[in-house]
Design a protein around this ligand. Structure first.
Ligand code: HEM
Length: 224
């Protein structure tokens, strides 16, 4: 009994469902992070006060720990499933069967776009979260001028191109991941296939355009 439960818990179906759940939670994070970043359009004070309110909230450590756990679970399971799938394939080259639900560019490049996002994320945290520290004071409260850190960073066209490239990869990744997550939960019906694919594509466009627009906007501002 215990061994069959263990087998179930480690089966690839469960792994896929955990990946789907963590992937959808990360999609939620992408939307909230994008909404927060849009305060950059309002101005330095709005963005800096928002960032200050976030990092001085005592719940931030718990939130960051949960976020890190979600990211690590998603990445760890993705790597494990990719390796398992490769090992399970008898030949390197095989004839693809036409099931009508075959591989797309987005689905077959998931490990590569995922790797680009991982590299992006590590660099992103180094550049912004642990990046240059500038200080500003509003109404007698001293806080980090994270607005300046971001605007200075995007004064370089190389940084802007890198971001746009990574955001295209992110868009391709979520365009398949979002819709595939529902399939992993068994939510598949010909009636809703088109709708789900459309919602995934719209989500991917919002993420790519939304996150690419800010670096371009900052660049056009010409630095701080
Ligand atoms: C235009 C694009 C983006 C901008 C301008 C931006 C800006 C920022 C800034 C300023 C921070 C530091 C916040 C602070 O420490 O106060 C941050 C943190 C972070 N960003 Fe982004 N971000 C962008 C895109 C993304 C994307 C696409 C992802 C995910 C794939 C992402 C994931 C994160 C994570 C996980 C953190 C750390 C959050 C925390 O520790 O609380 N960011 N971002």
């Amino acid at each position: 009994m215990a061994s069959s439960m263990l087998k179930y818990a480690t089966s690839s179906v469960v792994k896929k469902q955990v990946m789907a759940l963590t992937g959808l939670l990360l999609c939620g994070f992408l939307l909230t992070h994008l909404a927060g970043n849009c305060l950059m359009y309002v101005g330095p004070e709005a963005f800096n006060r928002y960032a200050h309110a976030l990092i001085t909230n005592p719940a931030i450590y718990l939130a960051e720990a949960i976020l890190a756990a979600i990211f690590l679970t998603h990445i760890g399971l993705a790597a494990k499933l990719t390796i398992e799938n490769r090992n399970a394939r008898p030949q390197k080259y095989f004839v693809k069967q036409n099931t009508g639900r075959g591989a797309t560019f987005a689905s077959s490049t998931m490990p590569y776009t995922g790797l680009i996002i991982l590299i992006f994320l590590i660099k992103h945290l180094i550049d912004f979260k642990f990046g240059p520290l500038h200080v500003v004071t509003y109404g007698g409260v001293e806080m980090r001028d994270i607005y300046k850190t971001v605007v200075d960073y995007f004064a370089s066209p190389v940084s802007v191109i890198w971001y746009v490239f990574c955001m295209v990869a992110l868009g391709i990744h979520v365009s398949h991941g979002f819709w595939s997550a529902f399939q992993s939960f068994g939510f598949w019906h010909p009636k809703y296939t088109c709708l789900l694919r459309c919602v995934s594509k719209i989500f991917a466009v919002i993420v790519t355009v939304g996150y690419s627009a800010l670096p371009i906007y900052c660049y056009l501002q010409g630095g701080n």
